[in-house]
Every structure is written in structure tokens, then in C-alpha cells.
Design a protein around this ligand. Structure first.
Ligand SMILES: [Zn+2]
Length: 253
């Protein structure tokens, strides 16, 4: 299977309501929170695997795909022709058929200081929130208070998602004539559109933990989608911007 190039989506992810993606409390001083957010160099980040897992699961639900109870997610059997979710997001090595390598790569997302709100920045991007269990009948607080750290609203992360385009994705076998999203060859067009669709679903769902209690509303901003054919790496030319704008406008017709 021949690699033809890459589709690269760059953008930002704005935290709208407190975001909790759990990290390890190992190495955190006594007196700190029971439930810290994941960090690198003392700054919160969003692991690519968290974003990938959430987006895959939203597609599985929205397409009513069969969930494998052992894996806790959907995966087509090795004897079956894989569905688009399995082609794009991959299936375990022992289940792989002739679909080739997993197409999509989600980079870890780091904070963009310039685009983040001043108030979030001044507080170091996180807060510790007290949590408790409320009895719904008596409205009384029950059980011990717990605290949890969360990333503050107004924190903005950089997002990069790469789609590796193989000849199996592209009926026309060349990315040369692609000028806009609508020009993408089949089945690449449908597969990439599926990723954009799941990002829009995510904005109405949540990322991270405690989503049904108000956490984890996020919004994608400043979306740019580029095509990078292999010729770019050989001759330094051919990169084209296919789309620039808001996610809700990035619908491939
Ligand atoms: Zn599948």
C-alpha cells in the first residue's frame, strides 16, 4: 500500500466548562488534590489518545456499531471487511485485514498561552474544585468531600490531527489536483468528513471526566486543513490550504 501524502488539520480547542482528564497523583506533594489533571512540565495538556478515544467512541455510538465487550469498543472482526471507523482509527494487529495502517494520528495538545484568556492564565490554568454527593431527595450532602482539579474555562490548546492518505483511500491515486475539500477523492472524502462530523458531535458532548455533571464542554476554533502530497518532501512544493474557518463550515458536500 503506497503512501500518497497527508491531510493535516490544525486548530484550537477552547475549554468552555472545567475540563478534567485525570493524571497521576504520584510525585504530588501532600496537601494537594486527590484527583489531579494530567500534566507535562507542570502544565495541563490533552493526550492525543484521549481525544482520539473520545472521537472514535462518538462515531461508534452515532453509527450504532457493535461494541466488543472485551475491548470496550467497536472493532470489526478480522474476517470482515473493516468499516470506515476501523480503517481510520485502526483495529488491533491480530484483527487487521488488508486495510493497511491506521490512518489517523492525534498529536498531544499543549496550551496556547497567546490565545488563552488572561484570567485562566493568571491562575495557572487550573483550579481545585470541591465535590460532594448530594442526596437528591433530601438535598443533603452525603459522604466525605472530595476535591478534583480541573482546567479552567478560557484555556486554549493547540490541536493537530493528521490523516495519512494511502492509495487505497484515493480512487484517482493523485492528490495533485485537489484544491478544496470537495475535490478529495473517494473514499478519502467520506472518511475525512467522518472525522469532522465527530468533532462537531464532541462540541455537543464532553471531553474528559464528569461530563454529565457539567464538565468538559469544548469548542474547536481556527480550523485549517492542508493537503501535503509526498512531492512536498521531495521538492518542497505542493502544500495547499483546502479550508480555513469555523468547524461548522467544514462540511464536505
Ligand atoms: Zn469496524
Amino acid at each position: 500500500m503506497k503512501l500518497l501524502g497527508f491531510l493535516r488539520l490544525k486548530g484550537n480547542l477552547r475549554v468552555v466548562t472545567g475540563l478534567h482528564i485525570g493524571g497521576s497523583s504520584a510525585g504530588i506533594s501532600i496537601g494537594a488534590t486527590d484527583s489531579p489533571v494530567i500534566k507535562v512540565n507542570d502544565r495541563p495538556y490533552i493526550p492525543g489518545s484521549s481525544l482520539k478515544g473520545k472521537i472514535r467512541s462518538l462515531l461508534e455510538i452515532s453509527r450504532d456499531l457493535k461494541i466488543d465487550s472485551k475491548l470496550g469498543r467497536h472493532e470489526c472482526k478480522s474476517s470482515d471487511k473493516p468499516c470506515d471507523v476501523c480503517v481510520v482509527f485502526g483495529r488491533a494487529a491480530e484483527r487487521k485485514g488488508d486495510e493497511g495502517p491506521t490512518r489517523i494520528i492525534f498529536r498531544d495538545c499543549y496550551i496556547n498561552d497567546e490565545l488563552s484568556d488572561e484570567t485562566a492564565k493568571k491562575s495557572g490554568y487550573t483550579e481545585i474544585k470541591m465535590e460532594n454527593a448530594i442526596n437528591r431527595i433530601t438535598s443533603r450532602v452525603e459522604g466525605a468531600l472530595r476535591d478534583a482539579e480541573r482546567v479552567l474555562p478560557g484555556t486554549v490548546f493547540d490541536v493537530e490531527i493528521i490523516y495519512r492518505v494511502y492509495d487505497e483511500d484515493a480512487s484517482s491515486k493523485s492528490l495533485k489536483d485537489v484544491e478544496k475539500l470537495e475535490d478529495l477523492p473517494d473514499p478519502l472524502k467520506g472518511r475525512f468528513n467522518m472525522v469532522l462530523e465527530a468533532m462537531r458531535i464532541l462540541e455537543n458532548d464532553y471531553l474528559g471526566g464528569k461530563g454529565t455533571r457539567g464538565y468538559g464542554k469544548v469548542k474547536f476554533e481556527n480550523i485549517e486543513i492542508d493537503i501535503i502530497p509526498l512531492e512536498f518532501f521531495q521538492r518542497g512544493e505542493g502544500v495547499k490550504v483546502l479550508f480555513n474557518g469555523a468547524l461548522e463550515e467544514a462540511v464536505i458536500k
